[in-house]
Design a binder for this molecule. Structure first.
Ligand code: C2E
Ligand code: MG
Ligand code: MG
Length: 546
């Protein structure tokens, strides 16, 4: 194999056992014996033949001549047999070597595989310890690799993996180990002098930088990033390779959660965090089919008149073990474990069902995760849910966060257009936090901008917040986009906002988010519910928000 998971120095130590075949030795013995006998018989037979040819005496004994001829035949036969056997053995050794390489290495990248990294890393750690060195474990995982596979195909994914492995390998010092643990996950194990944390960090940063450079694939350029988690052994303490790999893995996930394309050192508290997340993950898997995830509703109000114009649906997890859990805890985990689509669709179905009885002029806003925006079937799925619930698309508003704009903008644009073609409105949530550029904002057909609550909440104390809010309002006016201000908690903030213009708003001033039954009770009091005896749509009046 041309490439190897081990750098040169580490490889020789793993030289194969080259067993000699017994048959090989027996044949060699026969040939040697035949040669000795040939020398013995030839010594007396050949001089007689020479003398006979010279006419100087009788020829050799017939028996001895036969024995010599037999000897010659044996030598020739034996030698050829020996040569064939030697060739056969060489061939077999080559096949064994190849089989071993295949068993120990990853076929695509030539790196060591999950099976072989354990013993190779143990040997490396032992040698490092004997020298008084440390061993560093760097776990690497490509960011959003699935997306590359889904969008560009598996050949592109393979190309990216090969290239990433090659770049990582080229930066490793001699003797370092590189393994592909499966999928898009790699592990590097290397020996370092004690207390050289910054050296390891520099190496990991180099790997992250190298992988982030674009990769040519036919006429396309593929781009990816990689996240790294690092752990290292303690000098003088016994090394548990699997535990080290696990710690590096936990740190790598931490790096991913903190924004990807970065590194993190393992810290013991990360293990608790990881345990908590896996508890949340299994809770989500159990809870979705059991209906533990429920919609809450927050009023959206016309600030000028104070009337309710709609509700934003906010997910809550009514967990039997943890109580009522906020979305900021479970949404990222649902995204990570690939359940966000299912969870969100179940919540939207419930919300459409709840909103059936509301005054038809009231809108319903739902938040959509960037992960869902990457699903090319998302708008079809949503349309199906709307049709099943018999809910008019014009009453539905989708909120996407500004961070979505860092995703594949082309994909986001076509999805937003497709939603709008169905009559759904789309607003840009948490605006002001995600550094989106003006050109991005212009190129995407949003219907509304929502100012992030952090600016509104600090409007009176922080001059910068006031300036930012005013600029967003001006931007909205310039682009013809209406504005919603979230996070209005006090009359004073409301009064200040009203000075800036006319827009919609929401916040605790108008009440906390409430479950469906309490929302319905509020609407009933305000005479904003349908299907009440003797009542028609036209009767429903919007009233001042309570
Ligand atoms: P968001 O869409 O910006 O929702 C507004 C958040 O601000 C809600 O938090 C709401 O309870 C909170 N909030 C509203 N008014 C005030 C206020 O006056 N003061 C303060 N301090 N906070 C206020 P919540 O419900 O915890 O939701 C957090 C985020 O979780 C949401 O931010 C949204 O991005 C996300 N989220 C909620 N439900 C879903 C969902 O079904 N799917 C997805 N993908 N994300 C969701
Ligand atoms: Mg929102
Ligand atoms: Mg928001």
């Amino acid at each position: 194999m041309a490439r190897s998971g081990m750098t040169e120095a580490a490889h020789e130590a793993d030289s194969p056992r080259l067993g000699r075949s017994n048959r090989d030795i027996v044949t060699l013995g026969i040939v040697s014996a035949a040669i000795v006998m040939f020398i013995g018989t030839g010594g007396s037979v050949l001089p007689r033949i020479v003398r006979q040819l010279a006419g100087d005496g009788a020829g050799p004994d017939q028996l001895l001549t036969n024995a010599l001829l037999l000897n010659i035949a044996l030598v020739i036969f034996g030698w050829r047999r020996y040569r064939d056997l030697a060739a056969e053995i060489a061939e077999r050794r080559k096949a064994e070597k190849l089989a071993r390489e295949l068993a120990e290495h990853d076929a695509l990248t030539g790196c060591l595989n999950r099976r072989s990294i354990g013993s190779a890393a143990s040997a490396l750690c032992l040698a490092a310890q004997q020298r008084g060195d440390q061993a560093a474990f760097i776990m690497l995982d490509l960011d959003r690799f699935k997306q590359v596979n889904d969008v560009n195909g598996h050949a592109a994914g393979d190309c990216l993996l090969e290239e990433a492995a090659g770049r990582i390998r080229s930066l490793l010092p001699p003797g370092a180990l590189l393994a592909r643990l499966g999928g898009d996950e790699f592990a590097v194990v290397l020996a370092v002098a004690p207390n050289r944390g910054e050296e390891i960090e520099r190496m990991a940063e180099g790997l992250i930088h190298a992988v982030a450079q674009p990769v040519s694939f036919g006429e396309f350029e593929l781009e990816t990033t990689i996240s790294a988690g690092i752990s290292r052994t303690t000098p003088g303490e016994p090394v548990d390779v699997q535990a080290q790999l696990h710690m590096a893995d936990i740190a790598m996930y931490h790096a991913k959660r903190n924004g990807r394309n970065r590194l993190a050192w393992f810290e013991p508290n990360m293990e608790n965090e990881q345990r908590f997340r896996s508890e949340i993950a299994s809770g989500i898997r159990r809870g979705v089919p059991l209906g533990e995830f429920v919609p809450y509703y927050e009023k959206q109000v016309d600030l000028e008149s104070g009337t309710i114009v709609g509700f934003e649906m906010l997910a809550r997890w009514n967990s039997p073990r943890l109580g009522m859990v906020n979305p900021e805890i479970f949404i990222p985990v649902a995204e990570e474990i690939g359940l966000i689509g299912e969870l969100s669709e179940s919540l939207i179905r419930q919300a459409l069902h709840d909103a059936r009885n509301w005054d038809p002029r009231l809108t319903l806003s739902v938040n959509i995760s960037p992960v869902q925006l990457r699903d090319p079937w998302f708008s079809q799925k949503l349309l199906k849910i709307l049709v099943e619930a018999n809910f008019p698309p014009s009453r539905l508003e989708i909120e996407v966060t500004e961070s979505c704009l860092h995703e594949n903008v082309g994909l986001v644009r076509s999805l937003i257009s497709s939603l709008k073609n169905q009559g759904i409105t789309v607003s840009l949530d948490d605006f002001g936090t995600g550094y989106s550029s003006l050109s991005q904002l212009r190129s995407l057909p949003f219907d509304r901008i929502k100012i992030d609550r952090s600016f509104v909440m600090s409007l009176l104390e922080d001059k910068d917040s006031a300036t930012i809010i005013q600029s967003i309002i001006q931007l909205g006016e310039g682009l013809g986009l209406p504005i919603t201000a979230e996070g209005i908690e006090s009359e004073a903030v409301l009064a200040e906002l009203k000075r800036y213009g006319k827009f919609k708003g929401q916040g605790y001033l108008y009440g906390y988010p409430e479950p469906a039954d309490r929302t319905e009770a509020t609407l009933a009091q305000l005479d904003l519910l349908l299907e009440m005896p003797g009542k028609t749509q036209g009767d429903a009046r919007r009233k001042a928000a309570g």
